[in-house]
Each structure stands twice: as structure tokens, then as C-alpha cells.
Design a binder for this molecule. Structure first.
Ligand SMILES: [Fe+2]
Length: 588
């Protein structure tokens, strides 16, 4: 069967194609449209998926949308009626913001693709999350935990997935927590209060939390309380998001935690307000972790299963994932490379295949590289036209990249198919030597322009990971897609200063040779030269831009930033020494 999955109209749209039970390709719309977190109907992504697989829309057996618009409409209408009259102003805005074109999605799909409406299906939002987590992981029996801001009504679900002996798949929902009670909305509200963009700035809250002390944990626990049945409930008097489309926190929230940060004011961690923001971030992070650990522990006791699959945007919280692995009793924790809403495109297609159509279980290749490939020839052409030194090194490009990295240069590393999901895992990465903290500053000054409290991540061959990082059993599984945060071993912290966070941890990527052979070979080459097979790995994009996709986009980013060398397969392009110096001076 040929099944196209689509997620759209909220945040980070995507399309994915599953043929005979196996993903063939998947890509976020932003990678093609070049608009970060593009939420438009993913026409370009759909077109690319069809073109890549040589299919016409008429050859599709099904098109699956990742959530049920009518259920979402039901939620918004119900909340508006419940909150009346306070909500009467916000209702039209909420309709527009949350639903937009979604309600008419069947007509949109039918019109754009020319697919008859009998071939168009809908999965529930959290079914898509659960399927994206379970059906892409190498386990045949697992407990499932999904958590995000909100889908239709559910904000957190607990369940279990199993592949039966006859190859059929069973995804069972055990219970759910419903809007407005939401761990994701809690975290997003603090994200907004801290002056960061919601759905994007959650990473910053996590980074900032390491600089603070959880002095406000009790206050956060008054906002988020446990219910007698083991669930959670928010004290809604602290929030406005269920009543207003404009603001997420209430006057009571401000009375408790203080005035919100002005997004234009930099956070100065030496100042009292800066420390206050860090303390509140640490408090909400701690309470989120405690809550997820308790939920996971109860799920482990209930199901007796040893594997746990995590999905939903909350599963991007690497600190929480690690604590779940360490403390919940599960032996293995799986987080897919795209646990957020983009990944729902793939989840919806796999759900339709296994559950709706009852197709037999098929092993899904365990990697994130489902996007468009980069063409080294394109890079060679554009460099030639632009007059930059270009070499084609069929056998020595890895050694050459290692030379540059050892010389302290920053390397743009583009390889094969683009990653599906928010993280660069060695195919669209900016790489640098991890030894000196000054490298972190250089990257921030000349490329990433990130806040000082946001750490950079290391990549290490999976075979060597335990030497440098304190991975618990099963930790390399979280490290596979950079989904966990682990302590850097004390004796290595100074020598890995550029990738060690203030609390001594790192969001490690453990690289397996079979998944990314050239990236793995580069890490090993670094090990041979420096004794430490570790590189700083950050996504190949400038602030505010999506991760690069094609070689020409990588080239454009390379030219506009402080990246010294750009490698795409065997092709290596270098900036002239004067240009490198110019870039340094421009940012100094
Ligand atoms: Fe979601």
C-alpha cells in the first residue's frame, strides 16, 4: 500500500510516504519553503515525496491527516462556551489560530492532490504521536507515553503497543489527560513568561534551568497538582490560554512568579532578575521531570513492560527523558528523531498502514535520514562560479575535514539525505573541535548568535561514548537521536569544555557506524589525531532560519557566516584566508 501522511496548520508541517509498510521519505515543509517552522499546508513536501518515489497522487491508496479537525473544533467551541462571557472576544481568534484551514482539510487535500475523499483518512493527534514513537522503534512490545501542548482534546496519553505473533499491530490507549490540563501548556506558559517564543523557545528554558536553583518548585507544584487517580491537573486560575488567544498566563501567575521578561532584554545571569528567571526555569523543569518520572513509573508498574516509547513535543526535553530512563524502571526508552508534530505525518501514515488497514508489521529502518539528498556536484558548480577554492577528494575528504577541525576551523558538514526532525544528526551539521570554551563563543559570535546559556552538543562514536559520558544502561538508545542529557565524566569536562554545560552535562549524540558511516569515520579520524573522538555538532543553520537542505543552501549559509570550510561528500570548499579574517573582524 502507498500511504501519504500529512501534518499541517499548526507548527512545523510535514509530509511522509509509507510504501508497503516502510517509510520511503519524509520532510518538513520548512526545509523546502525555507520558512522556519512553516505551518502551511505542506504542498512542497508532498510534491517532493511523490516525485522522490515516482508516484502520481492517483497511485496513492490513502492520504492520512494527523489529527481530527472536528474534534479540535469541538474542543475550542466547548472551551469558548465554558468560559463565556470572558471568551467571546477570543473565540474568533482562537478559531482562526487553532483551526484556520484545518476544518476544511478534506476539501483541501482533495483539491490539491485530486484524491477522492474516500481515500482521505484522519488519525487522532496523539495516536499519530504514539504511532510515530512505537512503529519506528525497534521494539515489538512497549508502553507508550505521549505528551504535548494539546491536540484535539488529549494533552497526555498513556498506552501500550504490541506486535502480535500473526504480525498485526495493537495500539491500546489506557487513559488520557485532557485540555486545559496539559504538561506541554504548563511548560509553554513558562516559556512565554520567560520571553521566549512558544513552540521554539522550550529548549532555552531547559538550557537556562541549569543555571538556576528550583527555589520555586513548591509554587509550581501549587500550579500543577497530582490527582488521586495518578493524573495531573492545573490550577487554571494561573492561566489564561484556555480563555484567551492573546496571553497564556494570568495576573495570579504574575503575582506568584513576578513580571514577565521583556524578550528584548538580554538575560544577565549575574544580575538578580537573571538569576530569578533561571531559578523559575529550574523549578518548572524540575517539576516537569518529577511528574513525568512518576507517570512513567506508574505505567511501568501497570504494564510490566520493559520498553517505553515517548512521543509528543515534551519528548524533546532531553533532561526529562534521561530521568525517566534512570528512575522509572523501564530498561529502554525510545524517542523517535521527530517526536513533535512534524513526526506525526509519519506516525499517521504508519498508524493507517498497521491499524486501519491491518497490514503486517514491517521493520522500520532505524535512522532519521528520510529527507532530500544533497548533491556534491551542485556544491562544486556553485563554488566554481563563485571563485572559491574547491577540491574533489574521492578518498581523502574525511582526512581533510579532520585537518581543518584540528586546526580549529569550523566545518559545515553536509552528507546524503536530510534529517527528519529538529536535530542535525550528522547530515546537516556544523562541526567544530570540542576542547575549548572559546570555540563555543566563536560559534555564537559568528554563526549561531545564541544565548550564552544554551549549550552545544557533542557527537561521539557509540563504542567510545562511555569513556567520556556517564551513560546509564540504555542511554545510548536516547543518545542515538540526541534525546537525552548525560553527565560528562568529571575527568573530561575541562577537555570537552565547548560541549559541557554549566551543570557538567551534555546532550550527547552517540553515532553508530551503520547509521551514519562517514560521520562515524570522521569522529574516529578525530580520535586518531587528538586522542578524543568527539566533535561539537550543531545544526547547520543561522539563527531564525531552517536547517539547510540542498548543497546550494549550505553554500549560502557558509558564505554568510563564520564557517571556514564546507564539505559535501567528496567536495570540499574553503574560504580564502582573507575572507576568514574578514568574517572574524566583522563579528568582533
Ligand atoms: Fe502534538
Amino acid at each position: 500500500m502507498r500511504i501519504l501522511g500529512i501534518s499541517a496548520h499548526y507548527h512545523d508541517s510535514a509530509a511522509a510516504l509509507v510504501v508497503d509498510g516502510v517509510p520511503v521519505c519524509a520532510v518538513q515543509e520548512e526545509r523546502l519553503s525555507r520558512r522556519k517552522n512553516d505551518s502551511a499546508f505542506p504542498l512542497a513536501a508532498i510534491e517532493w515525496c511523490l516525485e522522490r518515489s515516482g508516484l502520481e497522487p492517483g497511485q496513492l491508496d490513502a492520504v492520512v491527516f494527523y489529527e481530527k479537525p472536528m474534534l479540535k473544533f469541538d474542543r475550542i467551541l466547548t472551551m469558548a462556551l465554558r468560559g463565556f462571557p470572558r471568551t467571546w472576544r477570543s473565540f474568533p481568534r482562537a478559531m482562526k489560530n487553532s483551526l484556520g484551514e484545518k476544518l476544511w482539510v478534506k476539501g483541501i487535500i482533495a483539491a490539491h492532490l485530486g484524491v477522492p475523499s474516500r481515500k482521505i483518512f484522519f488519525t487522532e493527534h496523539h495516536q499519530s504521536h504514539a504511532a510515530a514513537a512505537f512503529l519506528t522503534s525497534p521494539t515489538r512490545s512497549a508502553a507508550l507515553l505521549t505528551a504535548d501542548g494539546v491536540g484535539e482534546w488529549a494533552t497526555l496519553t498513556l498506552g501500550r503497543g504490541a506486535v502480535r505473533d500473526d504480525g498485526s499491530t495493537d495500539l491500546e490507549a489506557l487513559r488520557e489527560i485532557r485540555f486545559p490540563h496539559s504538561l506541554g501548556m504548563l511548560y509553554s506558559t513558562f516559556t512565554a513568561w520567560l520571553g521566549f517564543p512558544v513552540n521554539e523557545g522550550e529548549y532555552k528554558v531547559m538550557g537556562l534551568s541549569s543555571y538556576g536553583k528550583p527555589l520555586f518548585a513548591d509554587a509550581v507544584r501549587r500550579v500543577l497538582r497530582r490527582t488521586p487517580d495518578g493524573g495531573i491537573a492545573l490550577d487554571l486560575s494561573y492561566f489564561d490560554y484556555h480563555l484567551s488567544a492573546r496571553s497564556s498566563y494570568s495576573a495570579k501567575f504574575l503575582d506568584t512568579f513576578g513580571p514577565a521578561r521583556d524578550p528584548w532584554d538580554p538575560i544577565d545571569l549575574q544580575s538578580a532578575p537573571g538569576r530569578h528567571f533561571a531559578n523559575v526555569a529550574a523549578s518548572v523543569q524540575g517539576v516537569l521531570e518529577d511528574t513525568l518520572v512518576d507517570l512513567a513509573r506508574a505505567l511501568r508498574a501497570e504494564t510490566g513492560l520493559s520498553d517505553l516509547c515517548l512521543g509528543g513535543g515534551v519528548a524533546l526535553n532531553g533532561c526529562a527523558n534521561t530521568r525517566i530512563l534512570r528512575e522509572s524502571g523501564f530498561e529502554r526508552v525510545f524517542v523517535p528523531p521527530a517526536p513533535g508534530d512534524a513526526g506525526c505525518a509519519l506516525g499517521a501514515a504508519l498508524y493507517a498502514d498497521r491499524v486501519h488497514f491491518g497490514q503486517p508489521w514491517r521493520e522500520v529502518p532505524d535512522h532519521p535520514f528520510w529527507g532530500p539528498p544533497a548533491d556534491p556536484d551542485e556544491l562544486a558548480r556553485v563554488a566554481l562560479e563563485d571563485g572559491l577554492p574547491m577540491e574533489r577528494l574521492e578518498h581523502d575528504s574525511i582526512a581533510r575535514a579532520a585537518d581543518e577541525l584540528c586546526a580549529g576551523h569550523i566545518v559545515g558538514w553536509v552528507e546524503g539525505a536530510c534529517e527528519f526532525g529538529p536535530r542535525a544528526l550528522g547530515h546537516r551539521s556544523i562541526l567544530a573541535a570540542p576542547q575549548h570554551a572559546s570555540m563555543r563563543d566563536k560559534l555564537n559570535r559568528s554563526i549561531k548568535f545564541r544565548e550564552e546559556f544554551r549549550p552545544f552538543a557533542p557527537a561521539v562514536p557509540v563504542e567510545s561514548a562511555a569513556r567520556y559520558f556517564d551513560l546509564p544502561p540504555g542511554g545510548d538508545r536516547l543518545g542515538r537521536f540526541m534525546s537525552g542529557v548525560f553527565p560528562v565524566r568529571r575527568e573530561w569536562r575541562e577537555r570537552l569544555a565547548a560541549v559541557t554545560h554549566v551543570d557538567g552535562t551534555a546532550r550527547v549524540q552517540t553515532v553508530e557506524r551503520a547509521m551514519a558511516p562517514r560521520f562515524h569515520a570522521l569522529l574516529e579520524e578525530m580520535g586518531r589525531r587528538t586522542g578524543v573522538p568527539v566533535l561539537l555538532n550543531t545544526s547547520f543553520n543561522l539563527a531564525g532560519e531552517p536547517i539547510v537542505n540542498r548543497a546550494i543552501e549550505a553554500y549560502s549559509t557558509f558564505r554568510r557566516s563564520g564557517i571556514d570550510v564546507l564539505a559535501c561528500g567528496p567536495v570540499i570548499v574553503s574560504k580564502k584566508p582573507a575572507m576568514r579574517q574578514g568574517a572574524e573582524e566583522a563579528v568582533a
